[in-house]
Design a protein around this ligand. Structure first.
Ligand code: DUC
Ligand code: ZN
Length: 453
């Protein structure tokens, strides 16, 4: 029996911090308590002075994602390796519909792509696009298979028009699937783009202005209204504006079930980045916003308006990015999984903006609960998978693309000094990252099926 005991660490759950030992036997947590004894052959880790956290779950990644302008730099192997080096143990990526195939078959194709390549456990959101017909039976099949969520774009060629969003929300209610939305109003963006083109404002420096705050706000407003009418929960991905956060808060106060996430880049970077040389490095959608938005997003985390902190990891190399020099055409997306925990611990907890318990809720427990992975994932509890991240709160690191593990080779957070860094990542009782070294031998990540909520 393979046994690992983590001793004397400050173990964090949503409820609080306790100085206890944690024992993992054959990949599962079997004991939590003081002075757990070890037998000969057990692996013992001294976590004195460190935080012992449930493994981080990044519920928004795009590994090995194709687009007309090229493939992401990270595939499942390099993406999950990089994430592991930042304390992530589980991620949720996306499956796209395949023409002529039912949704579940499309999902299985994507699952096959990840299989045998992922170093971490994973789950998939099923995308529902405007060009692919879906039926109630499709959704029932997905739910039976153990899928918990459907992803909808309100912009791009894959977008779902409002009549189909309504249809989907009704079916999602019936099948208990959570619909998650990329919320940017496509018509508004199209009219801004037209105007900007007329004025010859096409450079990277116009990226944020050409996809304005109002596009997110209008879309969130519309989605909240539709969800209210149908009386179904919804989840908004990568919320970038303070106004959208305030709309979510108001809806929650009125009793609506609305959930959502924001990301480190919206909390820590602003649209000024697009004016820098190589502003392409910072291009993602929705774009970076203002300091005022950052303040309101942090407030949203303090008040529990958001449930998750995620990355939207969608990595391209600088070389790939620099092939485009326009705000209308290019490769949107940045690397982020590896820096999720260090940035949110350092800027959130160490800087006194949120508590360590809140951080654990946003990075592990809430993601697991919302997407049906709890209590197998997301918590340090007897019977849960032995997924643990040990974080040294004193360790200072200056983030640099050169030392991170993403195939992007750069980070938009270059030069930021963080205090607090993961030292050990354990997946189902196996150490896969330790003290700066990735030590997993083989990609042994498993697809995790959601339990019905
Ligand atoms: N925006 C997304 O919504 N997904 C991938 C990358 C991006 O910039
Ligand atoms: Zn995304």
């Amino acid at each position: 029996m393979a046994t690992i005991i983590i001793k004397h660490g400050n173990v964090v759950t949503e409820e609080g911090v306790q100085n206890v030992d944690v024992k993992i036997v054959n990949g599962v947590i079997t004991a939590i308590g003081t002075d757990l004894t070890s037998d000969k052959g057990d692996q013992v880790i001294d976590a004195s002075g460190k935080f012992v956290l449930p493994g981080v779950i990044d519920v928004h990644t795009h590994y090995k994602m194709g687009s007309p302008n090229g493939y992401t730099a990270d595939d499942f192997e390099s993406g999950s390796k990089s994430a592991a080096c930042g304390g992530v143990t589980t991620y949720i990526d996306f499956a796209s519909p395949v023409e002529g195939k039912p949704l579940l078959e499309s999902l299985l194709i994507r699952q096959e792509e990840a299989k045998a390549h992922s170093y971490l456990d994973y789950h998939l959101h099923m995308e529902v696009t405007g060009w692919h017909d879906f039926t109630l039976e499709d959704l029932k099949q997905l739910a039976r298979y153990g899928i918990s969520s459907l992803k909808v774009y309100t912009t791009y060629s894959d977008r779902l028009p409002d009549d189909k969003i309504r249809k989907l929300l009704k079916m999602a209610k019936e099948t208990d699937l959570l619909v998650i939305f990329h919320a940017e109003d496509d018509d508004l963006i199209a009219s801004f783009r037209e105007e900007f083109k007329k004025q010859n404002k096409t450079g990277v420096e116009y990226h944020a202005e050409s996809r304005p705050h109002a596009a997110e706000v209008k879309s969130v407003q519309n989605l909240l209204a539709m969800a209210k009418e149908i009386d179904v929960p919804i989840y908004i991905v990568h919320v970038s504006t303070g106004e959208a956060c305030e709309l979510m808060k108001k809806a929650q106060q009125e009793g609506q079930k609305v959930y959502g996430e924001t990301c480190p880049h919206y909390l820590l970077l602003t649209a000024e980045c697009y004016k820098k040389e190589q502003g392409q490095r910072y291009m993602m959608t929705p774009p970076l916003r203002t300091e005022k938005d950052q303040e309101l997003l942090w407030k949203g985390l303090q008040e529990g308006i958001f449930q998750c902190l995620t990355t939207d990891h969608c990595s391209y190399t600088v070389q790939q990015k620099l092939e485009f020099n326009s705000c209308f055409d290019g490769l949107n997306g940045i690397p982020g999984s590896e820096t999720l925990l260090p940035l949110t611990y350092s800027e959130g907890v160490a800087n006194g903006r949120i508590t360590i318990e809140q951080l654990v809720a946003y990075l592990a427990t809430n993601p697991a609960k919302l997407f049906g992975l709890y209590p197998q994932k997301g918590v340090i509890s007897i019977g849960s998978d032995g997924d643990i991240t040990i974080l040294d709160p004193e360790k200072e690191v200056v983030l640099t693309g050169e030392k991170l593990h993403s195939a992007a080779g750069y980070t938009p957070f270059e030069g930021i000094k963080v205090k607090g860094y993961p030292t050990t990542t354990i997946l189902r009782g196996n150490i896969i990252y330790q003290d700066g070294n990735f030590v997993a031998q083989k990609p042994e990540g498993r697809f995790i099926r959601a339990r019905s909520k």
